[in-house]
Design a protein around this ligand. Structure first.
Ligand code: IMP
Ligand code: MG
Length: 193
C-alpha cells in the first residue's frame, strides 16, 4: 500500500530528535517527576498538570500517561508564534481552564523553552492562584541566553537555536502530528533566514 503523507516527509530537512529518543526521555522525566513528588511532605491530593496549548498537547498526553499518580489536568492557551511566524511575537494568554489551584502542587508542561516569555507569563499568572508550588517541564530547550536564564525544573533535551516542528510543535499550525522533532527545508518556511 502506498502511504500518502500530504508532502510532510518531503518538507523535512533534518531529524533533530527521533521518536525513540522522545519515548525513552519522556519515561525518564515521568519517573523523576513522580519521585520528586513522593518526596514532598504528605500530599494525598496529587498534582495539577497544566498543559500549555497547543504545542504541549502531545508531549503532555504521553508524559501524564507515564505518571502513575493522582493528578488533575488543566489547560492554558498561549499564543506567541501566531500563523507563519518563526520568532516569538510575545506571549499572549488566550484561554484559561486551570481549576482551583489553591494549595496544590502545579506542574506546567510546555513543548519548548526559547525566549522564556511563555513560562514567565504562565508562572506569574498561576502564582496568583496561591498554589503550594509551581514547577515547569519542557520537552525542548533552545540554546539561547534567555532560555538559560529561565528557571525550569525538568528539561527533556537541549537543542540548537533552530526552528523545529513535530511532536506538537507547529509551523502555521501544521506538522504537529509528526512523530519526530525536525527542522524544515528553507523553501517551506516563508520568512526564514
Ligand atoms: P518562548 O515564549 O519564547 O520561550 O517560546 C515558547 C513558545 O514558542 C513555545 O510554547 C512554542 O509554542 C513556541 N516556539 C518556540 N520555538 C519554537 C520552534 O522552534 N518551533 C515551533 N514553536 C516554537
Ligand atoms: Mg506553545
Amino acid at each position: 500500500m502506498m502511504h500518502r503523507t500530504g508532502q510532510m516527509d518531503s518538507d523535512i530537512a533534518r531529524v533533530v530528535i527521533t521518536r525513540a529518543q522522545i519515548e525513552s526521555r519522556v519515561r525518564e522525566l515521568a519517573e523523576q517527576i513522580v519521585a520528586d513528588h513522593e518526596r514532598l511532605p504528605a500530599d494525598g491530593e496529587g498534582i495539577t498538570i497544566i498543559a500549555v496549548l497547543t504545542g504541549a498537547m502531545i508531549f503532555c498526553s504521553d508524559l501524564m500517561r507515564a505518571m502513575p499518580m493522582r493528578m488533575k489536568i488543566g489547560l492554558l492557551g498561549v499564543s506567541s508564534y501566531p500563523g507563519t511566524s518563526v520568532r516569538t511575537q510575545g506571549a499572549r494568554l488566550l484561554t484559561e481552564r486551570t481549576g482551583d489551584l489553591r494549595g496544590r502542587h502545579v506542574l506546567v508542561v510546555d513543548d519548548i523553552l526559547d525566549s522564556g516569555s511563555t513560562l514567565h507569563l504562565v508562572k506569574g499568572m498561576l502564582n496568583e492562584h496561591s498554589p503550594a508550588s509551581v514547577k515547569a517541564c519542557v520537552l525542548l530547550r533552545k540554546q539561547t541566553e534567555q532560555a538559560r536564564r529561565t528557571a525550569v525544573e525538568y528539561v527533556g533535551f537541549d537543542i540548537p537555536d533552530e526552528f523545529v516542528v513535530g511532536y506538537g510543535l507547529d509551523y502555521d499550525d501544521y506538522y504537529r502530528n509528526l512523530r519526530d522533532v525536525v527542522t524544515l527545508r528553507r523553501e517551506v518556511i516563508a520568512g526564514l533566514g
